[in-house]
Write a protein that binds this ligand. Structure first.
Ligand SMILES: C[S@@+](CC[C@H](N)C(=O)[O-])C[C@H]1O[C@@H](n2cnc3c(N)ncnc32)[C@H](O)[C@@H]1O
Length: 227
């Protein structure tokens, strides 16, 4: 029986190099349907209209992290991830940047997504990772902990909440970031409006951070910030 299951899994993995294979689908109030799909032998999470975790998003965030000085990044001891989904950036931090001893706190608002992350990606079994079901915007207002690296990757399907573009939000991010701390903000300027919002935000961030870089990677625009 075990041999047949292993053989079936192997064949599915092989087939996923030719076409995506849906493994799980669950409705989510915030993100439409959440799907776990096998693509090129690896599981990814998609919301109704966007790649939510692993796959191309993981590659994009890794490219963003590579824009920081490697030594500075590897000195980060306390890391905050706002918007966890399946936790692909947590995997990247630990596996590709060797941040295995750093304390990582992940904040995710959608319990449905987090349950998928636990079931399919064993995100809760990773060392030094604490996952909280909470609203990131509330969390940062009330947090007094100081972080060396903050990754902001908050979407509801394709939409970025309006709070991401407020001074209040960024003042709090700045407050809980350590001296010389690093921050990566993932944005997707899908329309003229978000493009304009990003421009206005960049101006404001220049008044808060020592260094503000905007990098276009595929359709994403990453803000690479240093305090
Ligand atoms: C693109 S996914 C995050 C991907 C993740 N960073 C990774 O590396 O795999 C965006 C996530 O933001 C979450 N989200 C949306 N609004 C939120 C909020 N107010 N607080 C916390 N998480 C939120 C969504 O539920 C979704 O899981």
């Amino acid at each position: 029986m075990k041999t047949i299951t292993s053989l079936m899994n192997f064949l599915k993995k092989l087939a996923s190099y030719f076409y995506p294979i849906k493994v799980h689908e669950i409705p989510s109030k915030r993100s439409g349907a959440i799907e776990v799909t096998l693509v090129n032998g690896k599981l990814v999470i998609d919301s109704e209209n966007a790649n939510y975790s692993y796959g191309s998003l993981q590659k994009i965030l890794k490219k963003g992290l590579l824009l920081f000085d490697k030594n500075k990044l590897q000195q980060c001891k306390n890391i905050l991830v706002l918007g966890v989904a399946g936790g692909s950036v947590i995997e990247t931090l630990q596996d590709d940047f060797n941040l295995i001893d750093a304390k990582i706190t992940g904040i995710e608002i959608d319990e449905t997504v987090l349950n998928i992350a636990k079931k399919y990606f064993k995100i809760d079994k990773k060392p030094n990772v604490t996952l909280l079901i909470a609203d990131a915007f509330h969390f940062i207002k009330t947090s007094n902990e100081i972080y060396d690296l903050i990754i902001i990757d908050i979407f509801n399907d394709q939409n970025m909440p309006k709070e991401l573009f407020t001074d209040v939000f960024w003042n709090h991010i700045h407050r809980i970031l350590s001296t010389n701390g690093l921050c990566l903000f993932n944005s997707i300027p899908t329309s003229f409006t978000t493009n304009t919002k990003n421009k206005v935000l960049a101006q404001f961030l220049k008044s808060l951070f020592r260094q503000v870089r905007r990098k276009q990677i595929e359709i994403n625009e990453l803000f690479v910030l240093e305090k």
